[in-house]
Design a protein around this ligand. Structure first.
Ligand SMILES: O=P(O)(O)OC[C@H]1O[C@H](OP(=O)(O)OP(=O)(O)O)[C@H](O)[C@@H]1O
Ligand SMILES: Nc1ncnc2[nH]cnc12
Length: 171
C-alpha cells in the first residue's frame, strides 16, 4: 500500500476526549496490515545514526516497537507515572487536553547514546518535549523525534525548535 493511502485511513473524531478537540484516530492504521507496514517502514526510514528508540505511552508503543524491531534496535518505554517499577527520571507536562507526568525506566539508556523519540501524534509538543527532557536527564542525546501525524496549528514543532523532527503527515 502507498503511504498516502495508509495515512488517509486516519479518522477525525470531533469532541473527543472533550468538547472542541478534533481527535486524530490512528486506530485504522494499526488495524490494517498493509497500512501499518507502510507507515512503520516510512517512520523507520527517517532514522539515521541511532542507538536506541524511546517510545511514548501508549500509542507511541505500537510505532516505536515496530520501528525498533525493523531497525534491529531496542525500545525503551517512557510511561505515564506510576507504571514503571524502577524509575530513572520523571517529567511533568501539559498536552492538548490535560496534564500528566512521564517516567523513564532506570538504566535502559547509556550516557552518550543517540536516541530517537517515537510517538503517533504531535499536537502541542508537551509530551514529546517531556520525553526529550527524560532522554537528556539520562545524559543521552536526542538524535530526532519521529511522529506519524503533526497537528500544525497546535505549535508542537515550535516547542521542539532546534531538534530534528520528522513527521509523515501534517494536518
Ligand atoms: O503534543 P501533545 O499536546 O503533548 O499531545 C500528543 C500526545 O497526546 C497523545 O497521547 P495521550 O496522552 O492522549 O495518551 P495515549 O497515547 O495513552 O492515548 C498522543 O499519543 C501524544 O503522546
Ligand atoms: N487531537 C489529537 N488527536 C489525537 N491525539 C492527540 N494528542 C493530543 N491531541 C491529539
Amino acid at each position: 500500500m502507498e503511504l498516502d493511502e495508509a495515512l488517509a485511513l486516519i479518522r477525525r473524531v470531533p469532541d473527543f476526549p472533550e468538547p472542541g478537540v478534533v481527535f486524530q484516530d490512528i486506530t485504522p492504521v494499526l488495524g490494517t496490515a498493509d497500512a501499518f507496514k507502510a507507515v512503520v517502514d516510512a517512520m523507520a526510514q527517517t532514522l539515521t545514526d541511532v542507538d536506541a528508540i524511546v517510545a511514548i505511552d501508549a500509542r507511541g508503543f505500537f510505532f516505536g516497537a515496530a520501528v525498533a524491531y525493523s531497525r534491529g534496535l531496542g525500545v525503551v518505554p517512557v510511561r505515564k507515572a506510576g507504571k514503571l517499577p524502577v524509575v530513572g527520571g520523571k517529567a511533568a507536562y501539559s498536552l492538548e487536553y490535560g496534564t500528566a507526568e512521564l517516567e523513564i525506566p532506570a538504566g535502559m539508556i547509556e550516557p552518550g547514546q543517540r536516541v530517537v523519540v517515537i510517538d503517533d501524534v504531535l499536537a502541542t509538543g508537551g509530551t514529546a518535549a517531556a520525553a526529550c527532557e527524560l532522554v537528556e536527564l539520562a545524559e543521552a542525546e536526542v538524535a530526532g523525534i519521529t511522529v506519524l501525524l503533526e497537528i500544525g496549528a497546535l505549535g508542537g514543532r515550535g516547542r521542539l525548535a532546534g531538534r530534528k523532527l520528522d513527521t509523515l503527515l501534517t494536518v
